[in-house]
Design a protein around this ligand. Structure first.
Ligand code: GYE
Length: 355
């Protein structure tokens, strides 16, 4: 063999090695991917890429844990976890890397609702089924995902409104009387001034909880929503926004805070302003999620009521994927149910809860 042929053979040989290493799945050195077990991927396992939107709240940690604990090797899964850190662009990158790695399924908790069509079309073209969890996407093409698992956020918002309705009625406000004779002007002191700390704007949890609450509020002439502002579902932002709202309004009667973490921040702000909150406090507090610390706060009397949003969504996801693997139909929409917990029952109702 002459020198030229030897060089050609060497180039072909190097090319073959490069090709074979490209087809290994999943790749082990992609940035921002925290794989649980990529080092010993067993080809019999179902490989799942999970794009979680972030780690902004106690609820989110419980949700991540539930999914990680369900999609384990012993159940036939190999999970690749990616944290989107609250940014859709990160999540889109993560989904693209899952497509590149040729995973079997992609699970996404989408941070906001809009802007998913392009990347999900890429997943569909690659024949990778997508399961959405917790939050929904806004799309005209429902074939972009095979299933969605989560809670009914609109219902959660409405439950908050219904609780307030009953609470005010029990307190004997003028609400019903005022509704009967709409020609009378509202008395200043009959107004119920409400502030709403909203979650991440354009997220399903913000859209649903705001709409659900507003639809109940609409029926009450004396419910006065004085401010609606986003605290992005974090304790720090919740506190910051509440400090500002307390400076702008000195007569807040009710705080509706769309998750527990923002509520924890808001409680600090209220106390630092020299006010009280919760049971018999200056400001009535309605919160959402029902994480363990919210029960502590209810027991301390700082929160009146929490609308539960159950984060334990790993088992239904595992079940859906198992069904699809067996070639069975899976429900397109699966709701996880939640309850309403009031301060007076918190200490007994928290028994046995795992988040
Ligand atoms: O309420 C909040 C989290 O989308 C339901 O996201 C979820 C919300 C939850 O950050 O704590």
């Amino acid at each position: 063999m002459n020198k030229k042929n030897r060089i050609i053979l060497l180039i072909i040989f190097i090319g073959l090695i490069a090709l074979s290493s490209c087809s290994l799945k999943p790749l082990k050195n992609l940035q921002n991917i925290e794989s649980e077990n990529t080092d010993d991927v067993d080809s019999d396992l179902i490989i799942i890429g999970f794009s979680q939107l972030g780690s902004e709240s106690d609820w989110r940690s419980a949700n991540t844990k539930s999914i990680q604990n369900s999609l384990i090797n012993d159940n036939g899964f190999s999970l690749i976890f990616a944290n989107g850190r609250q940014k859709q662009e990160n999540q889109i990158k993560d989904v693209r890397s899952f497509i590149f790695q040729e995973v079997d399924y992609i699970v996404i908790a989408p941070v906001t609702e809009t802007g998913w069509d392009t990347v999900l079309t890429e997943a569909r073209d690659a024949k990778i089924p997508v399961v959405l969890v917790d939050r929904m996407i806004d799309t005209k093409d429902e074939s972009l995902y095979v299933a969605w698992v989560g809670t009914d956020k609109y219902e959660e918002g409405a439950k908050a409104g219904l609780w307030l309705e009953e609470y005010l009625e029990n307190q004997g406000t003028l609400d019903t009387v005022l509704q009967e004779d709409k020609s009378l002007p509202l008395e200043e002191d009959s107004l119920i001034n409400i502030v709403v700390l909203e979650g991440t704007i354009d997220s399903t949890a913000q859209i649903g909880r705001s709409q659900g609450f507003e639809d109940i509020a609409e029926h009450h002439e004396n419910w006065n929503i004085v401010a609606q502002e986003s605290g992005d579902f974090t304790k720090a932002k919740g506190k910051e926004v509440m400090i500002k709202l307390l400076q702008e309004h000195d007569d807040i009667d009710v705080l509706v805070s769309q998750n527990d973490d923002m509520t924890f921040g808001a409680i600090e702000a209220i106390h630092e302003a020299g006010l009280t909150c919760g049971v018999n406090g200056d400001i009535t507090i309605i919160s959402f999620d029902a994480v363990s610390k919210a029960f502590d706060m209810m027991e301390a009397g700082f929160i009146n009521v929490v609308i539960e949003c159950n984060p334990l969504q790993g088992p239904p996801i595992a079940e859906i994927i198992a069904r699809l693997e067996r070639g069975e139909e899976a429900p397109k929409i699966s709701y996880v149910e939640g309850q309403v917990f009031e301060a007076q029952n918190a200490s007994t109702e928290r028994i046995g809860r795992i988040y």
